[in-house]
Ligand binder design. Structure first.
Ligand SMILES: *[C@@H]1O[C@H](CO)[C@@H](O)[C@H](O)[C@H]1NC(C)=O
Ligand SMILES: *[C@@H]1O[C@H](CO)[C@@H](O)[C@H](O)[C@H]1NC(C)=O
Ligand SMILES: *[C@@H]1O[C@H](CO)[C@@H](O)[C@H](O)[C@H]1NC(C)=O
Length: 219
């Protein structure tokens, strides 16, 4: 391979890396995040992570900005807390101007969390996997941990309205950000379809079955 070609490959992988934002490795837990947008996930998501686990994701928005987190795929009933700060030291795990958001639980079906200050810290602290993750519709959504997106927004900006969670996808699909994080969509499990994965073979817009008359929705 010519040196030119090697440079070309190196450069395009660098560009790919930069343009996709920082994607943390499979097993990594926590990190220091300054990218304008991206996603974070628990180790080995959607498979179970190893316990006990303790880690932190520290988001630092630029001056004049704040952090917005969208709980696209969030399946933890407990074990995650959030707080924002004006200043935070990852070495001593403490900061200045702390405001506590408390426990973030899938029971509350959170859609997003937006900080008021420049720094948002998500802390994960789990000793055992007992009864900590959400399981819906038998095995359709038997996943552990989370895979969620974030973006840094200006102080005067509002969070995006179109983000979704499994709840918006009728529990029969997952919510994903599109590749450039410009919009959010439901990706349905096999045999489900519709914008909110609200249809299946027995019940859809063209269905003649009595389960749902006149093309009504059914969940
Ligand atoms: C927010 O503030 C910036 C400058 O600080 C300005 O350029 C922008 O138009 C403002 N956006 C809104 C939605 O007010
Ligand atoms: C994690 O979320 C991002 C953004 O929604 C998505 O592109 C990616 O496919 C997800 N990963 C998994 C394993 O679901
Ligand atoms: C429903 O029927 C219309 C008209 O026949 C068709 O264009 C459409 O693709 C059908 N939709 C589904 C989800 O099968």
């Amino acid at each position: 391979m010519s040196p030119n070609r090697i440079w070309h490959i190196l450069l395009s992988s660098l560009i790919l890396f930069l343009s996709t934002g920082s994607v943390l490795s499979e097993s990594q837990c926590g990190g220091y995040i300054t990218n304008p947008k991206g996603y974070i996930h628990t180790p080995y998501f959607p498979k179970p992570y190893k316990v006990p686990i303790h880690c932190q994701w520290i988001f630092e928005a630029p001056q004049g900005s704040k952090v917005s987190v969208y709980f696209t795929q969030f399946y933890m009933k407990k074990g995650i807390t959030a707080a924002d700060y004006t200043y935070y030291s990852s070495h001593i795990k403490a900061g200045v101007g702390k405001y506590d958001f408390g426990i973030i639980s899938s029971n509350d079906e959170p859609t997003y969390l937006v900080s008021n200050q420049q720094i948002l810290v998500l802390t994960m602290n789990v000793r055992s996997l007992d009864n900590i993750h959400l399981r819906v519709r038998e095995n359709l959504l038997d996943v552990s941990g989370f895979n969620i997106t974030y973006e840094m927004i200006l102080r005067n900006e509002t969070v995006r309205e179109d983000s979704c969670i499994y709840h918006h996808c009728s529990f029969t699909g997952n919510c994903f950000a599109t590749a450039d994080f410009s919009s959010y969509i439901c990706k349905c499990f096999a045999n489900y379809f519709g914008e909110e994965c609200q249809y299946d073979d027995t019940c859809g817009p063209n269905s003649t079955s009595s389960v749902c008359l006149n093309g009504g929705t059914c969940r």
